[in-house]
Design a protein around this ligand. Structure first.
Ligand code: ADP
Ligand code: MG
Length: 314
C-alpha cells in the first residue's frame, strides 16, 4: 500500500477549528481501501466522502484487471468486447498517451507485468527468451478501437491491458465531476498518494507534503487548488535481488523495469488522469525526455528526483 504523499491537512485543520471555535470551519474525513490502496476524503461537506467512494467503486468495477467481472478483465480474456463509454474513453486516452509519450506509457504491458510477477507479487527474474517472446504482445498499435459502437479488439491473442498507471487518476476526475454536480466546492481526495484538491480549504489552498523517497522526511510542500498531483517512484512497489532494484514500472521497449535514473517523479496537472499517466511515462523516459514530454501539456508542472540526489540510492 502506498502512502507517498502525506496530507498534513487533517491535524492542522482540526487544530484551526479548535482554536477559532468556528462551527463552519469543520472538516469531515473518511477513508476506505479501494483500488488496492487507501483512499482518504477530507471536506467541509459531510456528503462528499459517500459521493467519492461510490464513484471510485463504479470505476474500479469497470477497470480493475483483478475483478473477474470488470470490463477490462473480460476484454483481457476474450480479446474483444463492446465496452461502456467510460472504459472506451480511458482506453482511447491511453492509446493517445502512448503515441505522445513515444511508447513509454503503454497499457499493453500487462503480460510483462505478469511475467515479472508484479500481478501476483511472486516476483521473479525472467529469462531473456521469455522477455523477447512477451514483447511480441506489447504495443498500443495492436489495440483496435471502433468509435461507432465502442468495440475494442486486440490484434494478437494473449494480449492484455493493465490500467494501473492511469485508472486511479481517472477515478479521481470522475469523483470530482460528481462532487461539482452536487454543488461541493471543497474536497481533498488522496488515493494512495494520487491526490486531487477540489477548490481550496476555507479560502486557502490545500497543503500537502511530499515524502523523501528513501527516508521518512518530507522533501517539501505543495499548495494546490483545483489540481491533481501524482507521484511515480521506484521505492514502493519493487523487489530487490542482488544489488539491483526492480521497479513495477516497466520499459515497454526493453521489457525490463524502467532504469532511467529517476527515483521519483511528481506531476501536478488539472486532471488526475494526466497527472497519473504522465508520472509513469516520465519515470520511463528519464529527466530530459520527460521534461520535453511535460512541456507539451500546458498546465503541467513536474518535480524529478534522480538517483544521484538521494542518499541510499540502491
Ligand atoms: P502506482 O500505481 O504505483 O501509483 P503508476 O501510476 O506509475 O504507479 O503505475 C504503475 C502500474 O502501471 C504498474 O503497477 C503496472 O500495472 C502499470 N505499468 C507498468 N509500467 C507501465 C508503463 N510503462 N505504462 C503503463 N502502465 C505501466
Ligand atoms: Mg501513473
Amino acid at each position: 500500500m502506498k502512502l507517498r504523499i502525506f496530507l498534513l491537512v487533517t491535524s492542522y485543520c482540526l487544530l484551526v477549528t479548535g482554536l477559532c471555535g468556528c462551527q463552519n470551519q469543520q472538516l469531515y474525513t473518511d477513508n476506505r481501501i479501494m483500488m488496492g490502496t487507501f483512499v482518504e476524503v477530507i471536506s467541509p461537506y459531510k456528503q462528499a466522502a459517500g459521493i467519492v467512494f461510490s464513484e471510485i467503486k463504479r470505476i474500479e468495477d469497470l477497470l480493475s484487471k483483478y475483478k473477474p467481472d470488470s470490463e477490462v478483465a473480460k476484454l483481457n480474456q476474450s480479446g474483444k468486447l463492446k465496452v461502456s463509454p467510460d472504459t472506451f474513453f480511458i482506453i482511447k486516452k491511453s492509446k493517445e498517451l502512448w503515441q505522445t509519450s513515444d511508447g513509454a506509457f503503454d497499457i499493453t504491458v500487462a503480460p510483462l507485468v505478469d511475467l515479472w510477477g508484479f500481478t501476483d507479487k511472486k516476483y521473479h527474474l525472467p529469462r531473456e527468451g521469455e522477455i523477447k517472446n512477451t514483447l511480441k504482445l506489447i504495443g498500443c498499435d495492436k489495440i483496435i478501437l471502433h468509435d461507432d459502437d465502442n468495440m475494442i479488439k486486440f490484434k494478437l491473442s494473449g494480449m492484455k491491458i493493465d490500467l494501473g498507471a492511469i485508472a486511479k487518476g481517472y477515478a479521481l476526475d470522475c469523483a470530482v465531476n460528481k462532487l461539482r454536480k452536487a454543488g461541493i466546492k471543497s474536497c481533498l481526495i488522496n488515493a494512495g498518494g494520487q491526490v486531487y484538491c477540489l477548490g481550496g480549504k476555507f479560502g486557502k489552498p490545500w497543503k500537502i507534503a511530499i515524502k523523501e523517497p528513501r527516508g521518512r522526511d518530507f522533501t517539501g510542500y505543495l499548495e494546490l487548488k483545483d489540481k491533481s498531483v501524482a507521484t511515480s517512484g521506484d521505492y514502493e512497489q519493487c523487489f530487490i535481488k542482488g544489488k539491483a532494484r526492480y521497479s513495477h514500472i516497466l520499459n515497454p521497449k526493453t521489457g525490463y523495469p524502467a532504469d532511467s535514473r529517476i527515483v521519483s517523479v511528481t506531476v501536478i496537472a488539472s486532471s488526475g488522469l494526466t497527472a497519473d499517466a504522465l508520472s509513469t511515462a516520465i519515470f520511463v523516459l528519464g529527466k530530459e525526455k520527460g521534461k520535453a514530454l511535460a512541456k507539451r501539456f500546458p498546465d503541467v508542472e513536474i518535480k524529478i528526483i534522480e538517483k544521484e540526489n538521494v542518499q541510499n540510492n540502491r
